[in-house]
Design a protein around this ligand. Structure first.
Ligand SMILES: *Cc1c(COP(=O)(O)O)cnc(C)c1O
Length: 339
C-alpha cells in the first residue's frame, strides 16, 4: 500500500465518476457544440452568480488567461510573495501577458488592505508601470491551506475598486475554504471580477479548471484560451467528471480537513517535530528538528511507502484527499509516532 500525500491531485476517478464520463454526451467544443461542456460552464456560472464560465485544461492556463485579459504588456499586477501565479506558473505572467509582478510581503500568502493601499500608492508618472490587477489566492498553497478573512477581502476589493484595479481570485482550492469557513460561492462571485477553480484537486476530477466572470471577460478568455492552445474538442468526457465532482465531492472535503487536523495534533505531540503551521483545511506544513534533515526525513518516509513533498526552507508538506483512506490514515499516524 502506497500512501501518497504529495498533493490532492493524485486521486483517480472513482467508479461513479468513470461511469459519468463514459456516458457523457459530447460534441466539438471549439464550435461550442459539446452539451456537457456547456452544462458545466452554465452550472458553475450559476453557482457563483456570475454571467459566464469557461473550462480550461489546467489551473495555470485559467490563471494565465485571467492575467492576460485584465492587462496589457508593461502593466503591473499585485500579489503575495508566495502566490502560485508568481512562483509556480513558470514565469507565465511575464511571458504570456508581459506584466510586472509587485510582490506584497504578506503572512502565509495573505496580505491586508492596508498593505495593498501602500503598494499601489506612490508616484504615478511615466517612470512607473500602470497598476492594473490584484491577484488573491484562497486557500493559499504555500501558506499551508490558510483561508482569507472575508471582511479583509471586502476591504481589499474596495481598495482595488478605488484604484481601478481588476480583482482576480486564484481559487484552485476555493471549495476547501468555502467548506472550512461555511462561506458560499455567491459571496465570492459578488466580490471578484474573475475566479479560477481547480476541478482536479480536492474535488477529484482527473483534468481541468474553470474560469468564471462576466460575459465580456469570458469572451476575452475564450480567445486567449485558443491562442494558448487550450481549445479542446470532445471535452465533455472531462467536464462530465467535473459535474460529478461538484455534485458528489464538495461536502466531503470536511473529511480531508478533519484528517489533516488529526495529523497536526499528532505532529504537535512529537519531540522531533519543531513546528507545525496551524491547519485550516487539507494541507499540513511542518518542520522537523534541526538535528534531522527535511529531505532525509522525506526519504525515510518513502522507504515506508509514505510519500510527502518538500516545500523549500525546511518545510515538509502533507495534503489529504479523496483517495486517502481510514486505513492509510491509521498507518500514517502510527509511523509518525514510532519514527
Ligand atoms: C494547483 C494550483 C494551481 C493550478 O495548477 P495546475 O496544476 O496548472 O492545474 C493554481 N493555483 C494554485 C494555488 C494551485 O494550488
Amino acid at each position: 500500500m502506497i500512501i501518497d500525500l504529495i498533493s490532492d491531485t493524485v486521486t483517480r476517478p472513482s467508479k461513479g465518476m468513470l461511469d459519468a464520463m463514459m456516458n457523457a454526451k459530447v460534441g466539438d467544443d471549439v464550435f461550442k457544440s459539446d452539451p456537457t461542456v456547456n452544462e458545466l460552464q452554465e452550472k458553475v456560472a450559476k453557482l457563483f452568480g456570475m454571467e459566464d464560465a469557461l473550462f480550461f485544461p489546467s489551473g495555470t492556463m485559467a490563471n494565465q488567461a485571467a492575467i492576460k485579459l485584465h492587462t496589457q504588456p508593461g502593466d503591473r499586477m499585485f500579489c503575495d510573495k508566495w502566490a502560485h501565479v508568481y512562483n509556480y506558473e513558470g514565469g507565465g505572467a511575464a511571458f504570456n501577458a508581459g506584466v510586472t509582478s509587485h510582490l506584497i510581503d504578506g503572512n502565509r500568502g495573505m496580505f491586508t488592505a492596508e498593505q495593498l493601499t501602500s503598494a499601489v500608492s506612490g508616484r504615478a508618472d511615466i517612470h512607473v508601470p500602470y497598476n492594473k490587477l490584484v491577484c488573491i489566492e484562497n486557500t493559499t498553497n504555500k501558506g499551508g491551506g490558510a483561508c482569507w478573512d472575508f471582511t479583509e477581502l471586502e476591504k481589499i476589493q474596495k481598495v482595488s475598486k478605488e484604484n481601478n484595479l481588476a480583482f482576480h481570485l486564484d481559487g484552485a482550492r476555493l471549495f476547501n475554504a468555502l467548506v472550512a469557513k461555511n462561506e458560499t460561492p455567491k459571496q465570492y462571485g459578488e466580490l471578484f471580477d474573475t475566479i479560477s477553480i481547480c476541478l482536479s484537486k480536492g474535488l477529484g476530477a482527473p483534468v481541468g479548471s474553470i474560469l468564471v466572470g462576466s460575459k465580456e471577460h469570458i469572451a476575452k478568455a475564450l480567445r486567449i484560451r485558443k491562442l494558448f492552445g487550450g481549445a479542446m474538442r470532445q471535452a465533455g468526457f472531462l467536464t462530465a467528471a467535473a459535474i460529478y465532482a461538484l455534485d458528489n465531492n464538495v461536502m466531503r472535503l470536511a473529511e480531508d480537513h478533519k484528517r489533516a487536523k488529526e495529523i497536526e495534533q499528532v505532529l504537535n505531540s512529537l519531540s522531533y517535530v519543531k513546528n507545525v503551521e496551524p491547519v485550516e483545511t487539507n494541507i499540513v506544513i511542518f518542520y522537523v528538528d534541526d538535528s534531522m534533515d527535511a529531505n532525509d526525513f522525506i526519504s525515510k518516509m518513502k522507504d515506508k511507502n509514505i510519500l510527502l513533498t518538500p516545500m523549500g526552507e525546511g518545510k515538509i508538506r502533507i495534503v489529504t484527499h479523496l483517495d486517502y483512506t481510514d486505513i492509510m490514515h491509521e498507518k500514517l499516524l502510527k509511523v509518525l509516532k514510532e519514527f
